[in-house]
Design a protein around this ligand. Structure first.
Ligand SMILES: Nc1ncnc2c1ncn2[C@@H]1O[C@H](COP(=O)(O)OP(=O)(O)OP(=O)(O)O)[C@@H](O)[C@H]1O
Length: 621
């Protein structure tokens, strides 16, 4: 199954040989701006105090606006605001960083370890977190801070107090996530493989929690800086230390706002806002390392894609397309020289120059080994491909019943939404898991009609749903059932019924029956043939199973390594396969009438394959 198909969250696995390089974030404007802001403010806080004067020096010049001598002006007592800002930034960074680290550590210990170990440990940790959660945070901070004598109330005391009162909510979230991750298949597989608990937590679970922990860290840092400002405001802040909070406190007490002294309260406020903004932008990039699906295609690639699409559209309209398929049938879909590439460090050219014509009412089989590009082609035809997949060139044209040609690659978003499902529907690989478990089958089917046929009455919608269910051999009384009350085969039929709801002219079926037993599979396939005859729609049927296609299809395209290597009628492929790969594919299905076990034991197929390759390499004599 290709990962272009939307599915549940990707698990992070070991990074393998790519090692640390794979863990580094990809450069992006967001990361650049975020790093720029955080590094600039951090450098200002670390190095600034060495270059500015003493922030406590009082001058009898009063409050002055920014000038050549005092770049950020002075306070009411003539103190240099720039010097105060540098020292205060350092103080706030120290507190923010320490609180961020401690709160993340506490929440990880109580949330992740409790959630993974379970039992009494989890109950104890949970109880403790809940108690901490219901204690009102600010009053507790005030009490604890007030309890510590002023002379011992250094910046680190304030940081510890803020960390102790600020970790519980994050721990609850981490626990819930850990409970969910603990039951995933890859964690069960690691347990079965004998991995030790600490390794499972650190290698299988923690990496999946990193984006969450990173955002919790950012939140804790910002909250700490703001809370410290609040405590300083109440006179409970760190004694003998400058922070952005104390700066704001003095600005407020000195009536900076009333005097319009923006240079006094503006810089510390801006420093807090910019630092938070920078951390959030870095957080986005951390998300992208952990979950590669979030990676966006770079702007240059997007431009190339747009240009390619326009070029393809231009070519498509300039050149007349074949209106008939090879057997003289009216064409319903024409794919010409389609190329799809997955962009990345190593790009994959998944579909290479594919040209196909689907006749009206035709069943076209698409066969080929795993990874040859079948699903990518199907998604690209329907414009369902997502970055990093990109259609680099080619045309896909739909010939409507009313005689108009629709260039699918040029359709706008809204046009595409209206087009899909009503003219071309798709049954996905593993579609039986695509039904929403908490909504009844009928409601899910009716949703499709409400979206595409807004004028249809409730009664008519219900009737149409019952009609298509009957068509696929499911009792219409099942409309009120929930997906879990149906068997796998029934759910698969419901998905096919859904694809039939709007009477489409083309249906793409990507291995729709792989998860089913052979008898159910045959039943569904017979239905498909019947619909084709009764409803006259065309089908693109994708499968590894070439013998099945021989039975079902009018024509078959055999794909290999992104290319269509053979494209002929089912009869021709069966009787006279031309391409050596098609012959190998046919040979790889053991004959039911041959000697039992010959395929595996005698290696009959591989022997034949070897002979053919040798003959081919030797060339014609
Ligand atoms: N998101 C992706 N990023 C990069 N490469 C991808 C991605 N999805 C698929 N590919 C690559 O594209 C190629 C074609 O994959 P595709 O899923 O279309 O094959 P398929 O013939 O449908 O295989 P299967 O029958 O196993 O589903 C493969 O080489 C695959 O590794």
């Amino acid at each position: 199954m290709t990962n272009t198909n939307p599915s549940a969250g990707a698990a992070v696995r070991r990074t393998g040989n790519s090692g640390w390089r794979a863990m580094l974030p990809r450069w992006s404007p967001k990361l650049g701006v975020g790093l720029g802001l955080v590094v600039a403010i951090a450098l200002f806080g670390i190095l600034g105090p060495f270059f500015v004067g003493n922030p406590d020096t009082v001058r009898n010049i009063g409050m002055t606006s920014p000038s050549g001598e005092f770049w950020l002006g002075t306070t009411q007592t003539g103190q240099d605001v720039l010097a105060q800002l540098a020292h205060s930034t350092r103080g706030s960074l120290q507190i923010g960083l320490l609180v961020g680290i401690l709160a993340t550590l506490f929440s990880a210990v109580f949330g992740v370890i409790g959630g993974y170990v379970g039992g009494a440990v989890d109950e104890g940790f949970s109880l403790f977190s809940n108690v901490m959660l219901v204690i009102p945070g600010l009053p507790l901070v005030i009490v604890i801070a007030g309890f510590v004598p002023v002379e011992q109330r250094g910046w680190w005391t304030i940081a510890v107090v803020l960390a102790v009162t600020g970790w519980a909510a994050s721990a609850r979230v981490l626990r819930a996530q850990t409970l969910s991750l603990r039951n995933r298949d890859y964690v069960a597989a690691a347990k079965v493989a004998g991995e030790k608990p600490w390794r499972i937590v650190s290698v299988e679970i923690l990496p999946n929690l990193l984006p969450l922990m990173a955002s919790q860290f950012v939140f804790a840092v910002i909250l700490a800086i703001l809370s410290e400002a609040g405590l300083s405001f109440l006179g409970l802040g760190a004694s003998n230390s400058d922070t952005l909070g104390t700066m704001l406190y003095y600005a407020q007490n000195g009536f900076a706002l009333q005097y319009g002294a923006w240079w006094w309260f503006g810089p510390p406020g801006l420093a807090i806002a910019l630092f938070g903004c920078g951390l959030s932008l870095i957080n986005f990039s951390i998300d992208e390392i952990i979950n590669p699906r979030l990676r966006t295609v770079p702007a240059t690639t997007r431009r190339t894609r747009r240009a390619a699409r326009n070029e393809a559209a231009r070519k498509g309209t300039a050149r007349p397309l074949p209106r008939r398929d090879a057997s003289g049938r009216d064409a319903v879909l024409t794919v010409e020289n389609l190329n799809v590439v997955y962009r990345g460090e190593k790009s994959t050219h998944a579909v290479k120059d594919v040209s196909l014509t689907l006749g009206r009412g035709e069943i076209l089989g698409l066969a080929g080994e795993s990874g040859c590009g079948k699903t990518t082609l199907a998604y690209a035809i329907n414009r369902l491909h997502r970055p990093p997949a990109e259609v680099t060139s080619g045309t896909v044209v739909f010939h409507d019943r009313d005689g108009t040609d629709i260039d699918l690659l040029a359709l706008e978003k809204e046009e595409l939404r209206a087009f899909r499902w009503s003219k071309l529907s798709m049954v996905f690989q593993g579609a039986m898991n695509a039904l929403n478990p908490v909504i009844s089958v009928g409601a899910q089917m009716e949703d499709v009609l409400t979206t595409h046929r807004p004028g249809m009455s409730a009664g008519a919608r219900r009737e149409r749903c019952a009609e298509v269910l009957r068509l696929v051999g499911v009792d219409p009384r099942r409309l009120d059932s929930f997906p879990h009350e149906l068997s796998g085969g029934m759910r698969q039929r419901v998905m096919i019924a859904m694809a039939l709801l709007l009477d489409p002219q083309v249906m793409i079926m990507d291995e729709p029956t792989t998860a089913l037993d052979v008898v159910v599979q045959r039943g569904i396939l017979r239905e498909i043939l019947r619909f084709r005859d009764e409803l006259g729609f065309a089908v693109v049927f994708i499968t590894h199973d070439l013998p099945l296609l021989l039975e079902l299809s009018d024509r078959i395209a055999v794909m290999r390594d992104g290319e269509v290597v053979e494209y002929a009628t089912a009869e021709e492929i069966h009787r006279r396969p031309r391409h050596p790969y098609t012959r190998r594919l046919l040979d790889s299905f053991p004959s039911l009438t041959g000697e039992r076990g010959a395929f595996v034991r005698t290696g009959e197929s591989s022997a034949r394959e070897h002979t053919e390759t040798t003959v081919k390499e030797a060339g014609p004599r």
